[in-house]
Design a protein around this ligand. Structure first.
Ligand SMILES: Cc1cc2nc3c(=O)[nH]c(=O)nc-3n(C[C@H](O)[C@H](O)[C@H](O)COP(=O)(O)OP(=O)(O)OC[C@H]3O[C@@H](n4cnc5c(N)ncnc54)[C@H](O)[C@@H]3O)c2cc1C
Length: 453
């Protein structure tokens, strides 16, 4: 592809309300772009990668002008739809999935921790509300024999790379979560939990208070005309002439014609209960705030949150994944997620029988076959910080920072050197084999996960 005009063939569609964002006070979005602007930097997409790119640029080239163009409203897209685990360790360290060597793991952990530190520094600099970012660590938990084997493999690999952890028995798991469901847990201290929508909103507000940074919402980029000294980005009612462009649209980079047949577009889904009453909270017991990742990677993530800014105590359940190469989830996907999540909730929280789910939503992830980002300079002065391979709160932050460093010319950054020492995304099997195959494998693994789901 060597065109000088690049069109967006698809725009993001996010199914169901973004639960975390719906809990927060109403806000007025930043205006939609309705004029012609000339800037040094245009960032396309206002998720984790977009915020991180803008923040890093503001540190590196602080006299330059920066705009962020977001198709939808901030925190209504995937950035405000996730479970809020910022994870420092390689996600899957089980025997079945463990392929990386020691050096590869250490490199990834160092990069992830640097990105988490960067997010925490942003929270401090922009004075985020208490509870938006909490360095609580995470627990990987098991409820079956198979889950236990995963936890033990995980433990073994943590020992091999010299990482600290704590095993939790059934009693400890019960007093942590209130449920008898989990018989073993493995606590690792380096993860940070966030209220993702609050994070994105406050990052955006912090950024626009800086000299030279502007944000436009409801301003999808429909076309980019590449030029020799500036590129022109067209939105429905305005245009931005920018010397440099950083694309932070995750899987939608393919909608602009890049990385064709190299990116997998996976939806995953979540439900959130209504506010729990004082009596329900007493019946539940456990800690005020906790998070569980499943030992079986296809299993269920659960979070309990206490009253963040008056939004009440609630439980959040995430499971189910579907490959939707159209970048759209359908009503049948949502209906199945709803059924599976109710089942998972009932199995874990029999003491809360009858508590309804107030929100159900889905959100896009972008994966590559070889788990590498879609990163780099795609055209002269047009960079991509996309494809976060699932863990986008950290990987998106990292990719955004690294794109800002690469684009502004930081040849001495050893983080950037490490980050760029990866292959390009590999070509996927052709359709319909890819979608049929991947969805069948995921359904089979869900069935195999049994109670862990
Ligand atoms: C239910 C669920 C649970 C998850 N849990 C976790 C978790 O616990 N931990 C974790 O790390 N990750 C989790 N994720 C994944 C995480 O949310 C994503 O990986 C992350 O949001 C990716 O960040 P990003 O900035 O790269 O992309 P996004 O957050 O997708 O942001 C890209 C933005 O670009 C905008 N955009 C797209 N096209 C255009 C255009 N043409 N013009 C302008 N803007 C455009 C979109 O509207 C979007 O806001 C979860 C995801 C879901 C759905």
């Amino acid at each position: 592809m060597n065109k000088t005009t690049i069109k967006a063939r698809r725009l993001p569609k996010d199914p169901g309300p973004a639960g975390w964002n719906s809990l927060l006070p109403q806000r007025s979005p930043y205006p939609a772009l309705d004029t012609d602007l000339t800037v040094d930097w245009a960032i396309v997409g206002g998720g984790f990668a977009g915020m991180a790119a803008a923040h890093r640029l503001s540190q590196l080239v602080n006299d330059d002008s920066i705009v962020i163009l977001e198709a939808s409203e901030l925190a209504k897209g995937p950035a405000g739809r996730n479970s809020g685990f910022m994870i420092d360790l390689p996600h899957e360290l089980t025997a079945e999935s463990y392929t990386g060597g020691h050096d590869e793991d250490m490199k990834n952990i160092r990069l992830n921790r640097m990105a988490i530190r960067f997010a925490c520094e942003m929270a401090k600099e922009y004075d985020f509300a208490p509870g938006t970012v909490a360095p609580t660590g995470k627990v990987t938990a098991a409820s079956t024999e198979k889950g236990l084997r995963h936890v033990m493999d995980y433990k073994q690999h943590l020992e091999a790379i010299g990482e600290s952890f704590e095993l939790m028995d059934h009693k400890q798991m019960h007093s942590y979560t209130g449920t008898n469901f989990y018989h073993t847990g493995l606590f690792t201290p380096g993860a940070v939990m966030i209220q993702p929508a609050a994070f994105i909103r406050q990052a955006a507000d912090g950024l626009v208070n800086k000299k030279g940074v502007r944000i436009f919402e409801n301003s999808p980029v429909l076309q980019i005309d590449l030029g020799s000294s500036t590129h022109v980005l067209k939105t429905p009612n305005g245009r931005v002439r920018a010397r440099n462009v950083i694309m932070t649209v995750n899987g939608h980079i393919e909608s602009f014609g890049f990385f064709k047949s190299k990116l997998m577009h996976v939806f995953t889904y979540a439900s959130m209960t209504r506010k729990l009453s004082a009596e329900e909270l007493q019946r539940l017991g456990g800690s005020a705030d906790w998070g569980i990742l499943p030992a079986d990677p296809i299993g269920t993530t659960v979070r309990k949150v206490s009253d963040f800014q008056g939004s009440g105590d609630r439980l959040i359940i995430r499971n189910h994944a579907t490959l939707n190469q159209s970048l759209e989830a359908n009503p049948a996907n949502m209906a199945r997620a709803k059924r599976l999540q109710q089942k998972s909730f009932d199995a874990r929280f029999p003491m809360l029988k009858g508590v309804e789910m107030e929100y159900l939503w889905g959100g896009r992830l972008c994966l590559s076959l070889n788990s590498v980002p879609a990163f780099g300079e795609l055209r002269e002065r047009l960079w991509s910080a996309c494809c976060q391979n699932g863990l986008g709160t950290v990987k998106g932050t990292l990719a955004g920072m690294m794109a800002a460093e690469l684009a502004s010319g930081q040849p001495n950054s050893d983080y950037l050197r490490d980050f760029m020492q990866v292959e390009q995304p590999k070509r996927l099997p052709p359709e319909p084999f890819l979608s049929v195959g991947a969805n069948s494998v995921m359904r089979f693994k869900e069935w195999q996960a049994g109670l862990e789901l």
